[in-house]
Design a binder for this molecule. Structure first.
Ligand code: F3S
Length: 81
């Protein structure tokens, strides 16, 4: 299982993740990305068919703000760093 969340402290609103994985990431009023699955808590398992998109977004984020892990983040994007 994969879990994902965005570190909004480092997101520069580049817009790549939502283009790569539009079913997983969207943008708030400040154009910062968040995970639509659970309002960026990183607690809901990524549906299996969306895992490849999530990994592509992870690799494509210029500021390493797309976080991906095998366990839930529960709101802390730096939990596994
Ligand atoms: Fe932000 Fe990275 Fe997405 S900078 S908009 S989290 S690709």
């Amino acid at each position: 299982a994969k879990y994902t969340m965005i570190d909004q402290e480092t997101c520069i609103a580049c817009g790549a993740c939502g283009t790569t994985a539009p079913k997983v990431y969207d943008y708030n009023d400040e154009a910062l990305a968040y995970v639509v699955l659970d309002e960026n808590e990183g607690a809901v398992e990524v549906p299996e068919e969306l895992e490849d998109d999530v990994l592509d977004a992870y690799e494509g984020c210029p500021t390493d703000s797309v976080k991906v892990a095998d366990e839930p983040f529960h709101g802390d994007p730096l939990k596994f760093e």
